[in-house]
Design a protein around this ligand. Structure first.
Ligand code: KG4
Ligand code: ZN
Length: 337
């Protein structure tokens, strides 16, 4: 059984193959960071044009890397929301064309659920690394990315219950904006992560915990960071690192404490940490250190947007008896759980 996952919801063009055991055969991810960097954020029209240019190459490469051919393929999964409409359309139309040509089913996959399913990939066949996958429910899942900061209760791998989310900025967005204030470029999250490692020092800094709710709010912390960073100009490299460390520590403090608290309240057997911000080194360390229940975190390259998580969703959820050929599959830019 060979499953292709296609992901083009934002600014990564990615295609990956997994088998029926949810082992990863190949994972090609082409990022558009270079294109959007000069604008300081993602330009939707440039994103969709770039997907159009390279999607065919990305699909070819993923088959090459897996030493597989199109005729081996059984099912195609493609992200059809949420995301940028123009970007989603490219992946969905490619998938429909391929499904039609090969007479194979095409399944629309929710990008947020797919992020969670990155944690169900059992092995990377290229590195031979095996992953510890969740096997007991309920699970508390923190999906934390550039567009979302969601706490989702999983009672099974089919039941996603959104119990908390950000009321303003997503954590990734807050990282990106903080990095921009310091002139660190786009995307900012990885830059903050890198510079924070160079400093053990911190400024005093507030946190917004939003008590009595599982919701988050990062806009106040972002404003506090704006004030702090202004008061610390001019910057030298030590000060930049101390500022990054301060902001990262505050965001991670809120994310870890609220996730662990929500897991306890709901008697969860484990925590799943995923989405682009889950690539943050300090967040990964702190969640494991503070939690007394198992924490499942996909490898960094499976946390940021990728086709493997889409293929993994299909591998775990698809009923092989129902052969879906959904030629009417549409995109849903604001899709929720
Ligand atoms: O999941 P993702 O690739 O795309 C969306 O679905 O949004 O997440 C992208 C976000 C960006 O805001 C980026 O700055 C953040 O994830 N990110 C990080 C790190 N790597 C990516 N944030 C903090 N630390 C990182 N190492
Ligand atoms: Zn994402």
């Amino acid at each position: 059984m060979l499953i292709l996952g296609i992901e083009t919801s934002c600014d990564e063009t990615s295609a990956s193959l997994v088998n029926e055991k949810n082992e990863l055969l190949s994972n090609i991810i082409i990022s558009q960071d270079e294109i959007h960097k000069e604008h300081g954020g993602i330009i939707p029209e440039l994103a969709s044009r770039q997907h159009v240019k390279i999607i065919d190459l990305v699909i070819q490469k993923t088959f090459q890397e897996a030493s597989a051919s199109l005729s081996d393929l059984d099912v195609i999964g493609v992200t059809n929301g949420p995301g940028l409409a123009g970007s989603l359309i490219v992946g969905v139309n490619y998938a429909k064309g391929l499904g039609l040509a090969l007479t194979k089913p095409v399944i629309g996959v929710n990008h947020l659920k797919a992020h969670a399913f990155a944690a169900w990939i059992t092995k990377d066949l290229q590195t031979n690394k095996e992953f510890h996958v969740p096997n007991e429910y309920p699970l508390m899942c923190l999906i934390v990315s550039g567009g979302h900061t969601d706490l989702v209760l999983l009672n099974s791998n089919k039941e996603f219950e959104l119990i908390g989310r950000t009321r303003d900025d997503a954590a990734g967005e807050a990282f990106d904006k903080a990095a921009r204030l310091l002139g660190l470029g786009f995307p900012g999250g990885p830059q903050i992560d890198k510079f924070a490692k160079l400093s053990g020092e911190k400024f005093n800094f507030p946190r917004a915990f939003m008590p009595h709710t599982h919701d988050f709010s990062f806009s106040g912390m972002k404003t506090a960071f704006l004030k702090l960073s202004k008061s610390e100009t001019p910057y030298d490299s030590l000060k930049i690192s101390k500022l990054c460390n301060t902001f990262q520590e505050a965001i991670v403090d809120v994310l870890t404490k609220k996730t662990i608290n929500a897991a306890h309240i709901n008697n969860c057997k484990g925590i799943v940490l995923t989405g682009g911000v889950a690539a943050n080194s300090w967040l990964r360390e702190e969640m494991v250190r503070k939690s007394d229940i198992p924490v499942y975190i996909p490898e960094k390259k499976l946390c940021t947007d990728n086709g493997a998580m889409v293929a993994s969703f299909v591998s775990e959820n698809y009923n092989y008896k129902s052969k879906i050929k959904d030629i009417n599959l549409d995109v849903f830019p604001s899709l929720s759980y």
